[in-house]
Design a protein around this ligand. Structure first.
Ligand code: 5GP
Ligand code: MN
Ligand code: MN
Length: 475
């Protein structure tokens, strides 16, 4: 209900705290995005503000849409000292789903004659699709090592290069993981899924830098017009999903036990300091490591493919960002620095210039913020801003966001038609599922350009470069 919204600026809207809301809701969007935004976003965000210990506001990013309990594109921070909670639904099922981009060091003209060969080789090498299995099988000890070691573990196993780690959030290894808090069922589901892309929205894309908006930051990021990059989007596969499922159930019990009134059953949560809360955080951090290791292994597979077809390709890492996490971070709250538990669900961390957690290469620019579009439109690279600290606990959008349900998309397009139309535009798509392609048709997403413009103008992150797809390997 748009009438409940007060307009703060051209790109920000507010819902006052009423009826048990502890803090306001702030939505970042322009007028067109807000009027088309899923009505559930405001309702779900308002419900989140009723949870104990929430601070500041519940924020919705310009790509926000309905999610399980919390909206996707939602950010909420909680204070452990004020009875704050942690919620599995506030992180999402695909824990640490995220995006990484690699430089090839090549130009469009060098890729063009080989794009079909590359598409076929990547499709043959990187396992994709529902329940796809990789070649790696981890023993129980190795599983635990992976869950505590993340991408650092993967590099030690020979998947990738030590210098990759510097360019991954948490330097490739999330501290505080507790493999013993991960159920054996979750580990079992992951046994054959290391180094697999997964289904649907996950992708491996060869892209061309098609536009530069901020030449100085683009240069600092090592990006120039016509450069070819590779982007990988995937998460923690079966393991993360099972942890989400396990703890959702346990948090429903915990919420009742601690007398937390849930405005919606799907907002199941537990006090941060409770045993269930602590176990979830430990398991979730293990899943973050699983996702980091997974993207690292897929990077290794990608490098192998390029080494055979275009050995001059560098495939150095630009950066790896996650968009489904809960992290303990220091933020300014009413003028004072405080440790808070920031849930980002379908939202990208967007630390600005000078942030001490950033590697030196990004200290002056802010971190790269990697935003997916669709297989038929552009995607974007932004940079974190100093302003995002007070605007959104240093967070930005993570994609275009769905405009249409998967079900509706399947009724609107056929997968074959989508692939043919993209091929006619020079974009090669490989996917095991026609249905999956239809669900992910470019028209099922919001206009990603509008979304990133809103993020830029609202001050959440700065537009740096646009990339366009050449090859898309689709789950
Ligand atoms: P999610 O993590 O919410 O599943 O997806 C993140 C974003 O990725 C979506 O909002 C969408 O904009 C984008 N996306 C989905 N499929 C593709 C694709 O095949 N290629 C690109 N470049 N982006 C995609
Ligand atoms: Mn994702
Ligand atoms: Mn995902």
């Amino acid at each position: 209900d748009i009438n409940r919204l007060t307009r703060l600026s051209e790109f920000a809207w507010r819902i006052e705290p009423v009826n048990g809301m502890r803090v306001p809701v702030i939505i970042y969007a322009d007028e067109a995005l807000i009027s088309e935004m899923d009505e559930k976003v405001a309702e779900q965000a308002a419900n989140v503000t009723k949870l104990p210990g929430i601070i500041g506001a519940c924020y919705a990013m310009p790509d926000a849409h309905w999610g399980y309990g919390f909206p996707i594109g939602g950010v909420a921070a909680f204070d452990a000292l004020q009875g704050g909670v942690v919620s599995a639904g506030g992180v999402g099922f695909d824990i640490s789903c995220g995006v990484r981009t690699l430089y090839t060091g090549l130009k469009r003209e060098q890729i063009e004659p080989l794009k079909t060969v590359l598409a076929d080789a990547l499709y043959a090498t990187v396992p994709v699709g529902v329940g796809s299995r990789g070649k790696i099988r981890l023993s129980p000890t190795e599983m635990d090592e992976m869950l505590t070691g993340g991408a650092e573990w993967a590099v030690k196993q020979g998947y990738g290069r030590p210098e990759d780690l510097e360019r991954i959030e948490e330097r490739g290894r999330m501290a505080g993981a507790r493999p013993e808090a991960v159920s054996s069922h979750a580990k079992e589901r992951q046994r054959a899924e290391m180094g697999t892309l997964g289904s649907g929205n996950h992708y491996l894309e060869i892209q061309e830098v098609s536009e530069i908006y901020d030449p100085a930051i683009a240069a600092a990021f090592g990006l120039a017009q016509g450069d070819v990059v590779v982007t990988i989007h995937c998460g923690s596969r079966g393991l993360g999903h099972q942890i989400g499922t396990d703890f959702l159930k346990r948090m429903q019990g915990a919420a009742a036990q601690y007398g937390i009134a849930l405005p919606d059953r799907e907002l199941a949560c537990a006090p941060i300091e409770s045993p269930v809360g602590q176990e979830y955080l430990g398991a979730m951090r293990a899943a973050i490591n699983c996702a980091l290791a997974n993207r690292q292994i897929i990077t290794h597979l990608t490098r192998k493919v390029f080494a055979e077809i275009l050995p001059e390709a560098r495939l150095d890492l630009l950066y790896d960002v996650s968009h489904n996490t809960c992290k303990v971070e220091e933020h300014l709250v009413q003028g004072r620095k405080k440790l808070v538990y920031v849930h980002r669900k379908g939202a990208t961390r967007a630390f600005g210039p000078g942030h001490p957690d950033l590697p030196m290469v990004f200290r002056e620019t802010g971190q790269p913020v990697l935003i997916g579009g669709s297989m038929g439109t552009a995607s974007y690279i932004l940079a974190g801003t100093a302003d995002s600290e007070t605007l959104s606990f240093a967070s930005a959008c993570h994609g275009a966001g769905r405009a249409m349900s998967r079900h509706q998309a399947v009724r609107t397009w056929s997968g074959r038609e989508v692939v043919d139309q993209l091929a006619a535009r020079g974009i090669i798509v490989r996917s095991p599922s026609w249905r999956g392609v239809a669900e992910e048709a470019p028209g099922a997403y919001k206009d990603v350009h509008d979304v990133v413009i809103a993020a830029d103008r609202a001050g959440l992150a700065r537009l740096v470069a646009q990339v366009k797809p050449i090859v898309c390997i689709k789950g």
